[in-house]
Write a protein that binds this ligand. Structure first.
Ligand code: SF4
Length: 318
């Protein structure tokens, strides 16, 4: 803490919060609007693999207004309307290219899609979710030109720092691919986010915690954590139903304590966008944490931090 009420990220919450980060950067609340631009994924179409990552269910995350048949502009307008009911204060939006791998088309097509999103009223930037093996120098150079007048962040599915886990879930790339992509983009001035899953089969809790120092050393702007959730109609969901003993899923209490320990080892400069995943129960096989809203979960995590008098980066060593 720099004084009694403020941590080094400039506010009093015990972690470097995404909402506060954007409030500081743009002076107002910024809302992400998901779109499905009809991308697929090289780990599904046979280019790298078929069947995809064994945990993957894009249906579980895609909001109902996101349909690839609809033009981007229409999805953005409907998305703004959808969120307006919940977050009336938001007047500025980031379009989130979320479903599948959103850099997996020729650059000319990507430019058309990204431009269509940026031309929508109230849109101040893009969040582009993709695999780390789907960025190259040409794409980065284009994103650099966009960065001259708008906000752009690349969000990479890193999932784990351990190659054995990545192999086990049929990810189709290793951790070096994530490191290279993040370094390439960050060196060009493109902010990078990472998505991590806690609880993958074969990883001990200690290995997961140890990964905090590896993640902390990457030039990341934001991070999202997800507890391993097993979805219906996925390879992993089916494996779980056959052999539940092979999995060590987090209970809610254990996860809260785990994620607090992880956060206190995490580089305090990395903005935490998400502590856990939240999907409609109808998609879920396990674990069930009951009717818990994400906002309440964050409150519980912050209460645990207070109880332990800890904060993000307390045990981070540069
Ligand atoms: S998680 Fe991402 S990379 Fe893996 S199959 Fe799904 S869309 Fe493809």
């Amino acid at each position: 803490m720099t004084d009694q009420n403020t941590y080094r990220w400039g506010h009093s919450r015990r972690f470097n919060s995404y909402a506060e980060h954007f409030r500081q950067m743009f002076g107002t609340r910024v809302q992400k609007i998901s779109v499905d631009a009809g991308f697929t994924c090289p780990n599904r179409d046979g280019t790298i693999g078929t069947g995809g990552c064994t945990f993957c269910s894009n249906d579980a995350f895609n909001p109902s207004y996101c349909l690839p048949q609809k033009p981007i502009r229409q999805q953005v307008i409907e998305g703004i309307e959808f969120h307006r009911k919940r977050y009336r204060r938001a007047k500025q939006y980031l379009v989130y290219f979320q479903a599948y791998s959103n850099t997996y088309k020729p650059l000319a097509e990507l430019k058309t899609l990204y431009r269509e999103a940026l031309e929508c009223e109230g849109v101040i930037g893009l969040v582009i979710g993709t695999r780390p093996d789907l960025v190259d120098a040409e794409l980065i150079a284009y994103l650099q030109t966009l960065r001259e007048y708008t906000y752009v962040i690349l969000e990479f599915g890193v999932e784990s720092v351990y190659d054995s886990s990545l192999k086990l879930v049929n990810r189709g790339h290793d951790f070096a691919a994530s490191k290279n992509a993040i370094n390439l983009a960050a060196a060009a001035g493109i902010p990078c986010g990472a998505h991590l899953i806690f609880g993958l089969p074969g990883e001990t809790r200690k290995q997961m915690l140890d990964s905090a120092s590896i993640i902390s050393a990457l030039p990341l702007t934001t991070i999202k954590f997800h507890q391993l959730q097993l979805f219906k109609n996925t390879v992993m969901g089916t494996e779980y139903l056959k052999n539940p003993g092979e999995f060590s899923l987090f209970s809610l209490d254990e996860y809260i304590r785990f994620v607090v320990s992880y956060t206190e080892q995490l580089n305090p400069d990395i903005v935490i966008e998400r502590f856990a995943g939240e999907v409609p129960p109808r998609f879920l096989v396990s674990p069930s944490w009951g009717p818990l809203r994400y906002d309440n979960l964050v409150r519980m995590i912050e209460q645990e931090m207070e109880l332990q008098d800890t904060w993000q980066g307390k045990y981070h060593h540069c």
